[in-house]
Design a protein. Structure first.
Length: 332
């Protein structure tokens, strides 16, 4: 049974779109070309956004997923070229292949042999990403991918901090890099809730008005919420579970609302991560029972559902889309 299921008629299913929280038709075409075996199609759409780090970061992330199984081939192509986009895509493809091998479960659910292959594949990403960074010294995106590799490789904190400084020096508000940095600081990766939350709050303070990077604040709260919820489940405490469900986001609503207002305060051009940010704010305000704000961000989502935070909201549920539909229908 889902943790937020109420005793009322079943929610009408919404036409949910998963794994596509962006608006980039050119990227979709390139992904289709890659699926058809035309690997060089990716380099064209990466080359045209070298001066747009947010767009470039999104495109290499998505194309890296479509390049799973082709990382070695991309590496060979890169070795015969001086194309930084090939090096970047090859490194990203190794990262995606590694995480596909590892799976999304917790570390204690991954066997020793699978971890060995995971680490071996992930290490292959480092060289190509450094080459991409060398060829385009002002590009923040290879460093953002190196940060992701470092997270998986469990490199020491000094190395992680060094890579973070390289990212910020090139693009101080890069959304996916902030997401990964927040994970690095989270308890589940060896950090602490206090350090993670301080980073999220600092991200809001430093963000220019109109930038969705302020969504790091609800993201941090969802990480804490999930950890506390899992502890309550382990303790088999129905009272703690009920209290978390009812009160966590209500207690933090004002802080999250201030961050959302900073994003809304200055109209800017569409941001590649806007749909992802709307997901975080929509879920937080829905759980806080802030109907006007929940509605605004649910409308902003357009039913494009991102795994985080909705997988956290639907914890223990069999059907994430059903859980999302029930909560969304309450406010729309």
């Amino acid at each position: 049974m889902g943790i937020f299921r109420r005793k009322r008629p079943a929610a009408l299913a919404r036409e949910v779109v998963r794994d596509h929280t962006y608006d980039d038709a050119i990227l979709d075409i390139a992904a289709e070309e890659m699926d058809a075996g035309h690997l060089r199609a990716a380099t064209t759409v990466l080359a045209e956004c070298r001066d747009e780090p947010e767009v470039r970061a999104l495109r290499v992330e998505v194309l890296g997923e479509h390049a799973i199984g082709h990382a070695d081939e991309l590496l060979e192509l890169a070795k015969n070229n001086t194309d930084p986009d090939l090096w970047l895509l090859a490194g990203t493809a190794f990262i995606r292949e590694a995480w596909a091998i590892r799976g999304s479960g917790r570390a204690d659910s991954v066997g020793k042999d699978r971890f060995k292959v995971f680490f071996g594949t992930l290490r292959k990403a480092v060289g190509p990403l450094h080459e991409a960074a060398k060829l385009l010294p002002r590009d923040a995106v290879p460093w953002a991918q190196l940060q992701t590799a470092g997270l998986g490789l469990q490199v020491d904190r000094d190395q992680k901090d060094e890579v973070w400084r390289e990212i910020v020096a090139r693009c101080a508000t890069l959304y996916p890099a902030h997401w990964t940095r927040l994970q690095i600081l989270a308890s589940k990766w060896g950090g602490s809730a206090e350090e993670m939350m301080a980073f999220a709050q600092g991200s809001v303070d430093a963000a220019p008005p109109g930038d969705p990077v302020v969504a790091m604040l609800p993201l941090a709260h969802f990480e804490i919420f999930l950890e506390q919820f899992e502890d309550a489940v382990q303790a088999r405490s129905a009272l703690k579970i009920a209290t978390l469900k009812m009160r966590y986001f209500t207690r933090h609503r004002e802080e999250i609302a201030a961050a959302a207002d900073k994003w809304d305060s200055t109209p800017t051009k569409p941001h590649p991560r806007a749909l992802q940010a709307h997901n975080l704010f929509a879920a937080a305000f829905a759980l806080a029972d802030d109907a006007p704000r929940a509605k605004r961000h649910l409308l902003g989502m357009r039913d494009h559902v991102h795994e985080v935070p909705w997988a956290y909201v639907a914890y223990l549920a069999d059907d994430l889309e059903k859980e999302y539909s029930e909560l969304a229908n309450k406010y729309l």
